[in-house]
Design a protein around this ligand. Structure first.
Ligand code: NAD
Ligand code: IPM
Ligand code: MN
Length: 348
């Protein structure tokens, strides 16, 4: 089986190296790896954030492991040439519409959370974020109003088929967990959200064993810090899911801990930490590689049929944490390589 490795920009290459060391230590003989350029690195080398050969590798691969993209040097480029277009382009081109972002507190980390330990320790939730639609992919542009004012616009929309397919993903995920699904929207204001809610309710007829609730996104942001233990599975649109998942990461302890899977209808997936290229700490050994390592575990579990290897990685991360492996993001002093070493030692 072929695994595509796209390290990307900023801390992407630093954390990818650690994930690769962990994968190599597992000695999975039937896996082959091929590297590709994405993001600002690809723009600088090839003139495009998602060059054709990278897209081709992504299409040929059985799974994709992705670091992060984003480079402030590129923020002045036309939008279609910016690094972020690499990840957006891969999600769209491969129809990776279902983004699973689990957030669970490792018992050792309850004190690292931004929340009180007794609140944080109850967190075991999964955000199912729609990834192919919403305001991200609607018509957008800059124009001038009749009064001569510059105006930016981005159209938010979902059609019922897009909502239905993510709803099915979320109900199935809830069935495999504690059977509770909270759909997060802004139906009190947005037509897009009204349709979202109507369709989620329609789909719920197929899942009588799942307890469905609805919550407005502003309340959901508040409830995530007030009582995150109330959530099992959250399903939401692309934009709300982006924001809520960064918030959930600090409830768990650090954005450097949250992994994600972006899946198509057949289980092919791209796996990446939820964080970005962290240009503020790039090149300093300050990046926590655990989200990247846990993303590799998700890849083994969901796309490569290697649940046992995934279990081993997750157990090694937990053991390393329990032995005190922490970078600056978790109040510790280990550098990226030392955290990788600690996970490798725990794996052995
Ligand atoms: P970010 O997630 O890169 O960083 C936010 C903050 O969290 C920073 O202070 C950073 O140092 C810290 N942080 C992030 N990951 C960390 C880790 N593993 N260990 C320790 N600390 C970590 O978000 P940002 O600063 O808003 O964006 C930076 C760039 O990344 C932008 O160009 C943005 O577009 C891009 N981005 C890319 C992705 C992606 O590739 N999927 C995701 C988010 C942001
Ligand atoms: C994420 C990132 C991306 C998103 C950006 C880089 C396009 O923030 O994966 O969470 O908004 O989806
Ligand atoms: Mn994000």
């Amino acid at each position: 089986m072929l695994v595509a490795l796209f390290a990307g920009d900023g801390i992407g290459p630093e954390i990818m190296v650690e994930a690769r060391r962990v994968l190599d230590a597992l000695e999975l003989d039937d896996l082959r790896y091929e590297e590709g350029l994405v993001g600002g690195a690809a723009y600088k080398a090839k003139g495009h954030p998602l060059p054709p050969e990278t897209l081709d590798l992504a299409q040929r691969a059985d799974a994709i492991l992705f670091g992060a993209v984003g480079d402030f040097d590129c923020d002045g480029l036309e939008r279609h040439l910016r690094p972020e277009q690499a990840i957006l382009g891969l999600r769209k081109a491969l129809t990776l519409f279902s983004n699973l972002r689990p957030a669970k507190v490792f018992p050792e980390l309850a004190d690292a959370s931004a929340l009180k330990p007794e609140v944080a320790s109850a967190i075991d939730l999964l955000i199912v974020r729609e990834l192919n639609g919403d305001v991200y992919f609607g018509e957008k542009g800059m124009r001038t109003t009749a009064d001569g004012l510059r105006e930016g616009y981005d159209v938010m929309s979902y059609n019922e088929a897009e909502v239905r397919r993510i709803a099915h993903s979320a109900f199935k995920a809830a069935q495999a967990r504690r059977g509770k699904l909270c759909s997060v929207d802004k139906a009190n204001v947005l037509e897009t959200s009204q349709l979202w809610r109507d369709v989620v309710i329609e789909v719920s007829a197929d899942y009588p064993d799942v307890e469905l609730s609805h919550m407005y996104v502003d309340n959901a942001a508040m409830q995530l810090v007030r009582n995150p233990g109330q959530f099992d599975v959250i399903v939401t649109g692309n934009l709300f899911g982006d924001i809520l998942s960064d918030q959930a990461s600090m409830c768990v302890g650090s954005i450097g801990m949250l992994a994600s899977a972006s899946l198509d209808a057949n289980g092919k997936g791209l796996y990446e930490p939820i964080h970005g290229s962290a240009p503020d700490i790039a090149g300093q050994g300050k990046a926590n590689p655990m989200a990247m390592i846990l993303s590799a575990a998700m890849m083994l579990r969901f796309s490569l049929g290697k649940a046992e290897a995934a279990d081993r990685i997750e157990a090694a991360v937990a053991k390393a944490l329990s032995q005190g492996a922490r970078g600056a993001d978790l109040g510790g002093s280990m550098i990226t390589r030392e955290i990788g070493d600690a996970v490798l030692a725990a794996l052995a």
